[in-house]
Write a protein that binds this ligand. Structure first.
Ligand SMILES: NC(=O)C1=CN([C@@H]2O[C@H](COP(=O)(O)OP(=O)(O)OC[C@H]3O[C@@H](n4cnc5c(N)ncnc54)[C@H](OP(=O)(O)O)[C@@H]3O)[C@@H](O)[C@H]2O)C=CC1
Ligand SMILES: N[C@@H](CC=O)C(=O)O
Length: 428
């Protein structure tokens, strides 16, 4: 049996997991695809670096073109990260008829359409299951499992690092900076963790999920994104008192031909299954018109969970090779959708305000809500009043984003409101 030869770009957290699974599950993989799978060459930045896996040193190279242009290699697994140069390597590999498996959501969110078009042109496969939600097979699920349905909502925790941080802040009162360091040490965070904590990593993943779910091209600029760096211990504790958890949620919604896609720290009811997804775990809730509610759960980052998705993609590529059907995937984004306006985007909101502590203030605040067409579900005054000011928490009924922006604008000019401390979308 002629072996299938793989070129591995990157031997960090995920690349190491790929080598472990390909070697550790070799017999099972060979039985599934009918050929042994061999990792023939590995690209690294520094060949001399100490590694926590033993690999044949002669396979390591620092020259990407040596791997990408190697005529013996059938499949390239890209787990080095990066956008500009990495895209060049992938396009060159496709040009040479090699199939691609990648975990790179940054690249797929920004250049996925171009890469997939080139792959179709060249009769090659590009699989990217590991790019969203690590070990959860959500991409395959959206493409295949929901092919018969019309998806109306995708809501998920799609970043392991921030869920790890928020969980530790909520359950152990831990400080944000300390937990971020832990997530980096565990290999969950990106090289530059700003993209995790500022919501960009989740926004890129939501770009991919909403493109597949709504079968319409969604670009990164269509996704409004806010991260967790402004979430305070105080917000988390107030949320818990009111029966909510704070989670960084990606939310994509469709109504007729209109969609909205966003990422933001959200207060979600403790009774919703997403509220109990903790640590590095991810979960994606999908609502389909016909199927109703579904949810998918698993490790969202880390060496072996992510590598599981990559090697499953490799198996799919090799099976296609045996059948001679590589590059025959159908066009997945054919709908034309418009973005919802702020008038069309609706949710409940949580507000924590610092207000003057004097008679009549609550009435003034209630008037602003009423003038802006936002109705209040509940008001709570959590702190003991002092002479100068006090805190109030307001939860609204469902209101449009445009109306809520009007309320916030009006508060800026209202002396009774000393500070808008926090505003959260509320779900569940
Ligand atoms: N970590 C995770 O849990 C997940 C990661 N991903 C994605 O997988 C990809 C890899 O992530 P991860 O394994 O964590 O990253 P790491 O930083 O741990 O590993 C990157 C690897 O690529 C090599 N590399 C990077 N740049 C170059 C370059 N210019 N030339 C040659 N080699 C290079 C590094 O070499 P050297 O070892 O010599 O430094 C290293 O082996 C990223 O796209 C990430 O977003 C997706 C899902 C989960
Ligand atoms: N940094 C990412 C890694 C997986 O995509 C995360 O924390 O989810």
């Amino acid at each position: 049996m002629k072996p299938i030869k793989v070129g591995l770009l990157g031997l960090g957290t995920v690349g190491t997991g790929v080598v472990r699974i390909v070697e550790g599950h070799q017999e099972d993989l060979t039985n599934q695809v009918g050929s042994p799978i061999v990792i023939a060459q590995i690209l690294v930045k520094d060949r001399a670096k100490a590694r926590n896996i033993q690999v044949d040193a002669s396979k390591l190279t620092e020259d990407p073109w040596e791997v990408v242009r190697n005529p013996d290699i059938d499949v390239i697994i890209e787990v080095m990260g990066g956008i500009g140069q990495t895209k060049e390597y992938i396009l060159e590999a496709l040009e040479r008829g090699k199939h691609i498996v990648t975990a790179n959501k940054d690249l797929m969110a920004l250049h996925g359409q171009e890469i997939l078009a080139k792959a179709r042109d060249k009769g090659c496969d590009v699989y990217y299951e590991a790019s969203v939600a690590g070990g959860i097979p959500i991409i395959r699920t959206l493409i295949e499992g929901f092919s018969s349905d019309r998806i109306t909502k995708i809501m998920g925790i799609v970043n392991g690092t921030t869920n790890y941080i928020l969980t530790k802040m909520s359950q152990e009162g831990a400080a944000y900076a300390d937990v971020l360091k832990e997530a980096q040490d565990l290999g969950y965070a990106e090289g530059d963790p700003t993209s995790d904590v500022e919501g960009l990593d989740a926004a890129r993943k939501m770009t991919i999920l909403s493109t597949l779910g709504f079968r319409s091209h969604v670009s990164l600029e269509d996704v409004s994104a806010k991260g967790i760096s402004s979430v305070t211990q105080e917000d988390i504790q107030y949320a818990k008192r009111l029966g909510y958890e704070v989670k960084l949620l990606g939310i994509a919604e469709r109504q007729d031909d209109f969609i909205s896609v966003s990422v933001q720290p959200t207060m979600i009811k403790q009774s919703h299954p997403i509220a109990s997804v903790n640590g590095v775990f991810n979960a994606v809730y999908v609502h389909g018109e016909a199927v109703g509610e579904t949810m998918f759960y698993g490790a969202g980052a880390g060496e072996l969970p992510t590598a599981t998705s990559i090697v499953a993609d490799l198996v799919a590529v090799v099976k296609n090779m045996k059948l001679g059907v590589n590059g025959r995937q159908a066009q997945l984004s054919y709908n034309v959708m418009k973005l919802k306006t702020d008038e069309q985007i609706a949710s409940k909101f949580f507000l924590l305000l610092h207000v003057e502590d004097r008679a009549g203030v609550l009435a003034q605040i209630a008037q602003v809500f009423s003038d802006c067409d936002v109705s209040i579900e509940s008001v709570m005054q959590p702190s003991a009043p002092n002479k100068m000011s006090t805190e109030i928490i307001i939860i609204t009924h469902e209101a449009s984003k445009a109306s809520m922006n009007k309320v916030l604008g009006a508060f800026e000019g209202l002396a009774a409101v000393r500070k808008i401390k926090s505003v959260y979308r509320v779900e569940g």
